[in-house]
Design a protein around this ligand. Structure first.
Ligand code: 13P
Ligand code: SF4
Length: 321
């Protein structure tokens, strides 16, 4: 057996008591665990549902009612979305320091002033935002449905899109719409290195390049497929290529490898010697998941009035998806 397999077998044996405890607590407390593709593989394996932002919101809306506790292993805006959709449930997150540079890059007060500078515009926001920003929005999108949702608006509608300028630019390219863009980005996706990816592609000419739309244009133009985490996973499973260069957070490689064990997945490089992981997603650990189920904290709380306003653009998006 290769050394890597020995190592991962030893690791899973070591983690077995923790995994058993999580399973026992889930059953005892009628809890469900939702996980984003970017969290560690061992959390994905113990979760009840794994998905992209849209699928996780849809799952919370569809399955939340049957649970007493919902744990969201992802980042804070995802926990808030679950709480908005399931206001009567106890919603927990393993670590409430799990922010997102898109959410922090768009403070509600500044967005309010920006909206005032652009009267007559419809405000379309990415779900990677605070609840206050969602409450200021007319419509929300995720990376899965952004193009479709924007296309659903009349062709002459004036649109403000935020906070991700890269996703905004990608939507404009796909729809031919002109939108006023907020200027923020994902600190990780904005750093994927086009030159490094081109070099990898030269070394692996048959490889297909998979890119998340939060990446800048010099990276998206290298892509064979641009899409949300779920779309990239589905493409890698159905496409006949056997090697893929993946320009998004490498947590997704866990499901890609499970779906296509004989295919090769190469992590795309990130500039400036930066680590290619989302430091917020990686705050989720099995230990913290067990502790949060055991102690029922940290609890996600949302302001009821703000949540009610934020619910309108969220429901509108879910109806369109
Ligand atoms: P998805 O919409 O693909 O889940 O992406 C969310 C995200 O935060 C990407 O950085
Ligand atoms: Fe936010 Fe980027 Fe992390 Fe996604 S990868 S949660 S956009 S910081």
């Amino acid at each position: 057996m290769p050394a890597d397999n020995n190592h991962s077998d030893e690791r899973s044996a070591e983690r077995r008591p923790l995994i058993d405890e999580i399973k026992r607590l889930k059953a005892e407390k009628n809890a469900i665990v939702l996980a984003h593709y970017y969290v560690d593989g061992d959390i994905q394996d113990v979760a009840d549902y794994v998905g992209d932002s849209l699928a996780l919101a849809q799952t919370a809306a569809a399955k939340g009612a049957d649970a007493d506790i919902i744990v969201m292993c992802g980042v804070n805006f995802m926990g808030e979305t679950v709480k908005m959709l399931c206001p009567d449930k106890k919603v927990l997150v393993p670590d409430d320091n799990a922010g997102c540079t898109l959410a922090s890059g768009c403070p509600a007060g500044k967005l309010r002033a920006f909206i005032a500078e652009h009267p007559g515009h419809t405000v379309v926001s990415y779900v990677n935002t605070t609840l206050d920003v969602k409450a200021l929005s007319d419509l929300l999108v995720t990376s899965s449905n952004a193009v479709k949702v924007v296309e659903s608006l009349p062709a002459d509608e004036k649109i403000i899109f935020g906070p991700d300028r890269n996703l905004g630019r990608y939507i404009m390219e796909q729809t031919g719409r002109d939108m006023v863009l907020w200027d923020a980005c994902c600190y990780l996706h904005n750093r994927f290195d086009a030159e490094g990816i081109a070099r990898l592609k030269a070394d692996n000419p048959d490889a297909k390049v998979l890119v998340h739309p939060e990446c800048p244009q010099d990276v998206t133009i290298l892509a064979d497929k641009v899409g949300s985490t779920k779309a990239l996973l589905e493409f890698s499973a159905s496409d006949p290529a056997t090697t893929f260069i993946v320009a998004t957070e490498p947590g997704i490689l866990h499901k890609m490898r499970q779906a296509s064990p004989s295919k090769k997945f190469i992590e795309a490089p990130v500039a400036y010697g930066m680590r290619n992981v989302c430091r917020f997603m990686k705050l989720n650990t099995l230990e913290k998941l067990a502790a949060c189920l055991r102690d029922e904290t940290p609890v996600v709380e949302v302001d009821a009035a703000v949540a009610e306003r934020a619910r309108r653009p969220l429901d509108r998006m879910l109806e369109l998806s």
